[in-house]
Design a protein around this ligand. Structure first.
Ligand code: KG4
Ligand code: ZN
Length: 338
């Protein structure tokens, strides 16, 4: 069964073709460059860019997969959460396509897409596990019982993990988005040089909070002149990154231990972080826990994960009504039973 996925919830325009929910035949992603000079995503600019690029990206996805438009069995698109103007572009494109082809249509929760990004490389779609979603907009720990049966254990009270990376990168003058840049320059730094706080690490809560950590970095920078800042750039990055990694990995491991499952699946843009991957690998090996990350191309926003989630959602709950509207504030619990 060939599923076409469409993702336009924020600043990536992406179309993918996935066979039987797990084999990505193509996954074309255009990351909009227009926003870097504004230091963040400008919604109006993002939706207009989706309008301009969605059709050529759709054509490229078909070409790369080596299939024709009439081979598609199911069309799926993200309907939330995200920027409303952006969501409407992809959702309307996908509905029009499904109507025109006379094929099935499924609307996908972007967060369920991140969960399903791990199904593209690992056979865990039927396996109860703890899902840690860490992206630019979300940080949450979920107990995945089966597809569509999720228990939200905790989420961030303020900034998302990726947002914290982006804000600190901005403070350090590294540009936007900054997560990958902090990851890169931290390799040359000492992660013990600065003792930044580990927010909400102690206690039994699965909630996160990263805005205080960002403020602590800002306060340290304020005390330095330009030369000292430049000299300490790598150490500040590495120490900040270590604090985030410490909090994320400790809470994820505690969720695994307490829930009794033996599998942890991490997804979202921050799942690409090399220090997080190393720390979690070590901790999971020690605790005999199966650890999964998506391939790097499926970490940041992409349509293959939307196609995967669309396929499993169709199999579990059938088609979505064509009347379905964009839902900018959709939460993971909105997708509990279909
Ligand atoms: O999943 P994603 O593409 O978008 C959302 O759904 O929000 O995640 C983007 C986020 C950005 O905040 C970016 O800075 C962060 O993922 N990111 C990273 C890395 N690569 C991307 N953060 C830390 N380390 C990385 N290597
Ligand atoms: Zn995302």
């Amino acid at each position: 069964m060939l599923t076409l996925g469409v993702e336009t919830s924020c600043d990536e325009t992406s179309v993918a073709i996935v066979d039987d929910g797990v084999h990505a035949l193509s996954n074309v992603i255009l990351s909009q460059e227009e926003h870097s000079r504004f230091g963040g995503v400008v919604p109006e600019v993002a939706s207009r860019s989706h309008v301009r690029t969605i059709n050529p990206i759709f054509r490229e996805a078909l070409d790369k997969a080596g299939c024709k438009i009439e081979d598609i069995d199911l069309v799926s698109a993200t309907y939330g959460p995200g920027l409303v103007g952006c969501l409407l572009v992809g959702l309307s494109f996908a509905k029009g396509l499904a109507q025109g082809l006379g094929c099935k249509f499924v609307a996908v929760n972007h967060l369920e897409g991140h969960i399903a990004s791990n199904f593209l490389t690992h056979s865990i779609s039927n396996k109860p596990h703890i899902a840690l979603i860490i992206s630019g907009g979300h940080t949450m720990l979920i107990h995945f019982h089966s597809f569509g049966r999720y228990e939200l254990l905790g989420k961030t009270r303020d900034d998302a993990a990726g947002e914290a990376f982006d804000k600190v990168a901005k403070l350090l003058g590294l540009g936007y988005p900054g997560g990958a840049r902090i990851d890169r320059i931290s390799k040359g730094g000492n992660s013990n040089a600065f003792n930044f706080p580990r927010p909400m690490l102690k206690g039994s809560s699965y909630e996160f909070s990263f805005s205080g950590l960002k403020t602590a970095v800002a306060r340290s920078l304020k005390k330095m002149d330009t030369n000292t800042r430049a000299k300490n750039l790598e150490d500040i990055s590495a120490s900040f990154q270590e604090a985030v990694v410490d909090v994320l990995s400790s809470k994820a491991l505690r969720a695994v231990e307490i829930s009794g499952v033996r599998t942890l699946a991490v997804s979202g843009g921050v799942a690409a972080n090399t220090r997080l991957r190393d720390v979690l690998r070590e901790k999971c090996e020690r605790g005999n826990i199966d650890l999964h990350f998506p391939d790097e191309e499926f970490c940041t926003d992409n349509a293959a994960m939307v196609a995967a989630a669309g396929y499993f959602r169709y199999r579990a709950f059938g088609e979505s009504p064509f009347e379905i509207d964009a839902r900018p504030s959709l939460s993971v619990s909105d997708s509990l039973s279909g």
